[in-house]
Design a protein around this ligand. Structure first.
Ligand SMILES: Cc1cc2nc3c(=O)[nH]c(=O)nc-3n(C[C@H](O)[C@H](O)[C@H](O)COP(=O)(O)OP(=O)(O)OC[C@H]3O[C@@H](n4cnc5c(N)ncnc54)[C@H](O)[C@@H]3O)c2cc1C
Length: 420
């Protein structure tokens, strides 16, 4: 790398990083975008189904098509793109940030003023859901099955079951069926599915793929290759119920049991993470608790829609380019009744400009409900919903300008059910 000094480094070239790099460049910053894979686009490269871009572009796009619209802009811009380059370490001394990278030219470092972490998320694996039995080939995460099918053009299974009803599992149930595999069913330990309603309808019901809630896989069988699985019903605490075991013959078990933000780099910097969502705690301008270091996209919290990922990337990139050192005045935002989580977790009272974009999820399925945002008990925002479900993330815009808030204020989001 010939030039080793930049204003902003963006780590990760998925939709969040692409939007962040473009937004920072538009503010006049000298930007470097670092990606470990051999092309930009992140996970969207393998998501060949449609349904992306409904909010941003008002049309249904395939994942690679959505990514391409940003990649083309990056190619026309002055953003320096480094592919096949892995960020191994970040150090911060005072206001100096040093990014250590490794690529085919060896190990080198880049000095930057600010940094955007857009490293995405990773899938939970079989190890994280503790299934008994042997360890044969044929146990895949849904993302790996998607990579085999859509990128390598190899069908990883002829007959499978899917454990977990996350969106990637639902999409793969349909994809594998379209490619001629038999999907015996999607099994979900919780009493309600984890994926978006539209995916349950379009990926399972339209293809007659059964969905079994309150069921899990308790054992796998097979030596070299998986030959079958044991399914059991579970109780309200998700514990298998003895006597309900059923054996199913199949060659693969596909796991869709959740995504976790990828934050080893943030952890290396001792940046505090939100214990519920495993992403860095950040303010309304996407700055983490470490000055000059920003987060966005799925590295911050797992988003349902890529449109919101791009929105957060844009805001983080713009803020990273505009960042000028100065003391922050931080007030904490709290999750009240029936809120599973919300972001941003903190507000920087010195830098509230325009309306604050906030995201939240309900902690259970709810009927007609009202969301209230309060500051020291005074209502500053409310909104009614016909129904809310934890898999569906909600976006609101709250105007905190002119509201009396100090560092000790109790800012809270809460939900309660109401009559329609
Ligand atoms: C397997 C899978 C399938 C998905 N399918 C769908 C779907 O069908 N529909 C949908 O709406 N959403 C889907 N999602 C959610 C999807 O991740 C988001 O919508 C969106 O792509 C997230 O964007 P991102 O930029 O935050 O992360 P990503 O797209 O994951 O991009 C992160 C990028 O960071 C790079 N990176 C990470 N660490 C480093 C490092 N240390 N150095 C350099 N580069 C690094 C990665 O290589 C990657 O390119 C899926 C997620 C996964 C994991």
């Amino acid at each position: 790398m010939e030039n080793k000094k930049f204003d902003v480094a963006v780590i990760g070239g998925g939709p969040a990083g692409l939007a962040a790099a473009l937004a920072a460049e538009k503010q006049g910053a000298k930007v470097i975008l670092i990606e470990r894979e051999n092309s930009l686009g992140g996970i969207l490269k393998q998501c060949i189904h449609d349904g992306f871009g409904l909010i941003r572009f008002k049309k249904k796009m395939a994942g690679p098509e959505y990514a391409l619209s940003f990649i083309e802009e990056v190619e026309k811009s002055s953003v320096k793109v480094e592919l096949l380059t892995f960020v191994t370490k970040i150090t911060k001394t005072g206001s100096e940030i040093k990014v250590t990278v490794v690529n085919n030219q060896g190990i080198s470092s880049i000095e930057v003023k600010t940094l955007v972490l857009s490293t995405g998320c990773r899938e939970r694996t079989a190890r994280q859901v503790a299934i008994h039995g042997t360890r044969p080939a044929g146990v895949f995460t849904a993302g790996t099955a998607q990579y085999y099918t859509n990128i390598l053009g190899q069908l990883p299974t002829k007959k499978c079951i899917i454990l977990g009803s996350g969106d990637i599992g639902l999409i793969m149930a349909r994809r594998l069926t379209l490619e001629g595999a038999k999907v015996l069913g999607v099994y979900e330990a919780k009493s309600s599915p984890s994926g978006l309603r539209r995916n349950i309808s379009q990926c399972l019901y339209d293809f007659n793929i059964p969905l079994y809630t309150s069921h899990t896989v308790t054992r796998v069988f097979g030596q070299d290759r998986l030959t079958g699985v044991e399914i059991s019903k579970v109780d309200g605490k998700m514990q298998p119920i003895k006597g309900t075991e059923e054996l199913l013959e199949c060659d693969s078990l596909i796991l869709s049991v959740g995504l976790i933000p990828e934050n080893e780099l943030a952890e290396g910097l001792n940046i505090p993470l939100d214990s519920k969502i495993k992403g860095p705690i950040a303010d309304q301008n996407y700055m983490t608790m470490e000055q000059g270091i920003f987060t966005c996209g799925n590295a911050m919290h797992v988003n349902d829609l890529v449109d919101y990922v791009s929105e957060s990337g844009e805001a983080a990139g713009k803020a990273a380019a505009e960042y000028s050192k100065g003391r922050r005045k931080i007030a904490k935002v709290n999750c009240g009744e029936n809120i599973l989580y919300e972001v941003p977790q903190i507000l920087d009272l010195e830098n509230i400009k325009g309306e604050t974009v906030m995201f939240f999820r309900a902690d259970r399925d709810m009927g007609p409900s009202e969301l209230r945002v309060t500051v020291d008990g005074n209502e500053v925002f409310k909104k009614k919903y016909r129904a809310l479900r934890p898999p569906e993330m909600e976006r609101i815009q709250v105007d905190f300008q002119g509201v009396e808030i100090n560092e000790k204020s109790n800012i809270q989001l809460s939900l309660r059910e109401v009559k329609e």
